[in-house]
Design a protein around this ligand. Structure first.
Ligand SMILES: C[S@@+](CC[C@H](N)C(=O)[O-])C[C@H]1O[C@@H](n2cnc3c(N)ncnc32)[C@H](O)[C@@H]1O
Length: 208
């Protein structure tokens, strides 16, 4: 763990993020939500990668993190950004039970909620929908567009495959009246760059 970077991203009180990483490395692995080999690289590969999307999110936004799994990026984002309110949408019972426990244990319940369900069945709308490692972009857009249109956006953490995913989703994007661009992001100056696909309605194409 890189303490100066952790403090830059999560503030000087790093108790909550450390507690979350401990939970992932212990109960997360025991309950099969995190692969045993991942526990060694939780910070670099999962926590820093998840919060790299934060600079693209405006202050006080409402977020739905679909397919949250063990809480990534949703819980890490909530800890890094106390201004955000975040709903974790996760269909699997085992995972949604884990998420509910963790949200309660980390005292994030005032601005976080866990909804057990599939993204395509969600009838609420949000400023931002986030998703990491959930489905190919075309499918994800089909599942989530009702959750962020007309004014919001989807921010999909896609890594190196981002541009290819946008090309492969061209038909679905056009059919749905959406545009996508790829944004390079990194959580802090000396961390690895990754890529987020930002999807919006065509009417917002020229917004910064
Ligand atoms: C590979 S995991 C990724 C978990 C987490 N986002 C991460 O980055 O570690 C994919 C997650 O998507 C969830 N999922 C699958 N289909 C979904 C759907 N239709 N709506 C919402 N979540 C879904 C799965 O249950 C699983 O938790």
């Amino acid at each position: 763990m890189n303490q100066p970077v952790v403090e830059e991203l999560f503030g000087t009180d790093t108790k909550t993020i450390n507690r979350y990483v401990d939970i992932l490395a212990s109960r997360g692995v025991e309950r099969g939500l995190i692969g045993p080999r991942e526990s060694e690289r939780l910070w670099e590969r999962h926590i820093f990668n998840s919060v790299a999307v934060a600079p693209l999110i405006r202050e006080n936004a409402s977020i739905a993190d679909v397919g949250s799994g063990a809480g990534l990026p949703g819980i890490a984002l909530a800890i890094a950004r106390p201004d955000l309110s975040i709903v974790l949408v996760e269909p699997l019972l085992r995972r949604s039970v884990f998420l509910t426990e963790v949200v309660e244990e980390l005292a994030l319940g005032g601005r976080m909620e866990v909804v057990r369900g599939r993204a395509e069945d969600c009838v609420r709308t949000f400023d931002v929908v986030t998703a990491r490692a959930v489905a190919p972009l075309g499918k994800l857009v089909g599942w989530t567009k009702k959750m962020f249109l007309p004014e919001g956006e989807l921010l999909a953490l896609k890594g190196a495959s981002a541009a290819e995913e946008v090309a492969a989703a061209a038909t679905e994007l056009e059919k749905s009246g959406l545009v996508a661009d790829v944004r390079p992001v990194r959580a802090a100056a000396n961390l690895e760059e990754t890529f987020v696909v930002r999807v919006r309605g065509v009417s917002r194409e020229t917004d910064l």
